[in-house]
Design a protein around this ligand. Structure first.
Ligand SMILES: [Zn+2]
Ligand SMILES: [Zn+2]
Length: 496
């Protein structure tokens, strides 16, 4: 990072992205695009504001700090996307190997039984006859092996290659986009004193970010989960006085899970086998009756890999996990009535019945992002995309709606579906996949990142889910964890 800008990097910065033999000389304000003379001639002849580069560089200032944050964000998403493709390729290969082992075993059984058959039928034959039989046997076994190799193995290997090919394409694009953006990211601090170069670098960087963002959304955020199995785990403790209501679930990167039980008003820590290993009372003098009532909505979200925040009524309680022990940390007193909490890179998002607010981690109100006073509970629960560019809200239970907002609170999309009946919880995975629970029809859905359509129904009443009250994805264990209302068990769906 401390090395000065190399000549090679400087040349690459100055080169037009489309016309590799040309240098960038102009900037088109109409298109917000860097242009070489060919670009101008071909695409910007009618544009009104094509200015020479030095002029444009002097006029525009860039927020490099912000740019660097967004770049790091996209770079880490890109890495995750790459790892994800690699993992999927690996898991295909493992299942192929397993399958191969099974067919080899089958073949072995066939050969052994054939030999046995020969043995019994040749016990009483003479020596001359025996020779013919050996030739016969050799032919038969050869035939078995050839058929095996030609048919089964080849076919399966081709199938594996076919399935892996699209993953490989995405993986390679990840590597390429990451490489390009990373170079710009490294170059920017080195060109800060040079207005034209830093102008070009920042514009190219922004363009790469946009490109990469679209790529991630298309290939990563809309990857549809398929469920591969389910397990049920009891999380009630002997000291719990009542049936559990699992209001929120957080998966820690180490594979442990935290569940917030709003009926017994405690947070339970589950180990990798989903057994309760520790718990913490968070009632804090709260009148218990308030929480049995449906109107009490509370929530919990992950702040760091070892810290969560529980939002209840007018306060947010931070809790730290260390060596399988839970400890209370600081507490924020917030004016609005908290019904939900979400966190993304130092920003806290709090829902309070009819509005969505943004706070800093230290509890200062930044702004109100959204408000809808048309009913009592219009802003219920919220979740935020990994890059923070999208916010998702579920509305009150009689409206069955999922709203998608931009970073600044602008409403981008409304999705309404009977399958979302009585929506209570939602979650966005590190890849940007959106999961929503519909409590009345007892479903867990995956919705597209644009918040406009359903991609899959992951869990249904028939499949054993009852009043899904909270949902969370763990990338560590590749599973979706669902907490339920009036039920002591959580459901863990293994997904691909
Ligand atoms: Zn050009
Ligand atoms: Zn133009």
């Amino acid at each position: 990072m401390k090395w000065p800008l190399s000549k090679k990097m400087e040349i690459s910065l100055l080169t037009c992205v489309i016309h590799k033999s040309e240098q960038i000389t102009k900037y088109c304000e109409d298109h917000s695009q860097l242009c070489c003379s060919k670009c101008v001639e071909l695409n910007h002849r009618l544009c009104l504001q094509v200015t020479p580069l030095p002029h444009a560089a002097r006029r525009k200032s860039t927020d490099f700090k912000n740019l660097s944050v967004s770049t790091e964000n996209i770079l880490s998403q890109m890495k995750q996307c790459q790892t994800y493709q690699e993992d999927r390729m690996m898991s295909l290969k493992v299942s192929y190997k397993e399958h191969e082992r099974l067919i080899v075993d089958g073949l072995r059984v066939n050969i052994v039984s054939y030999l046995r058959e020969c043995e019994t039928s040749t016990v009483n034959t003479t020596h001359e006859h025996m020779q013919y039989t050996v030739i016969d046997m050799r032919e038969k076994i050869k035939y078995l092996l050839a058929a095996f190799e030609k048919g089964t193995i080849k076919e399966k290997k081709e199938e594996l290659n076919l399935k892996q090919a699209p993953l490989k394409v995405v993986k390679n694009s990840c590597i390429r986009l990451h490489y390009e953006l990373f170079h710009l990211h490294v170059a920017i601090p080195k060109v800060l004193g040079k207005p034209e170069l830093s102008f070009i670098a920042s514009k190219k960087c922004l363009e790469n970010i946009q490109q990469s963002d679209i790529f991630i959304k298309e290939n990563f955020s809309n990857h549809v989960f398929t469920v591969n199995g389910k397990s049920v785990h009891n999380v009630k403790m002997p000291s719990d006085s009542d049936t559990c209501i699992i209001e929120a679930v957080c998966a820690l990167p180490n594979g442990q899970v935290l569940v917030f039980d709003s009926n017994n008003i405690n947070v339970k820590l589950l180990n990798q086998q989903y057994r309760v290993v520790s718990h913490l009372d968070v009632s804090d003098g709260l009148i218990w009756d308030m929480c049995v009532w449906d109107m009490c909505v509370c929530d919990m979200c992950l702040i760091t890999p070892t810290e969560v925040a529980v939002a209840m009524h007018d306060k947010v309680q931070f809790i730290t996990v260390s060596q399988s022990q839970l400890t209370k940390g600081r507490k924020l007193k917030l004016q609005p009535y908290c019904t939900a909490i979400a966190h993304n890179q130092g920003d806290l998002y709090i829902c309070s019945r009819t509005a969505l607010y943004k706070f800093t981690l230290s509890g200062e109100l930044v702004c109100r992002l959204y408000k809808d006073s048309s009913a009592d509970f219009t802003v219920y629960k919220c979740a935020v995309s990994p890059t923070g560019d999208r916010l998702y809200i579920i509305t009150s239970w009689d409206q069955n709606k999922l709203l998608t907002l931009a970073r600044d609170g602008t409403l981008l999309a409304t999705y309404s579906d009977p399958a979302l009946g009585y929506p209570w919880s939602l979650h966005v995975t590190p890849a940007g996949q959106v999961l929503v629970c519909g409590c009345r029809p007892h479903t867990v859905l995956q919705v597209g990142w644009e918040g406009k359509s359903k991609l899959a129904t992951l869990a249904t009443r028939e499949g054993g889910v009852r009043s899904p009250w909270s949902v969370c994805y763990s990338s560590t264990t590749s599973s979706i964890i669902v907490g339920q209302k009036w039920d002591d068990t959580i459901l863990v769906y293994r997904v691909e």
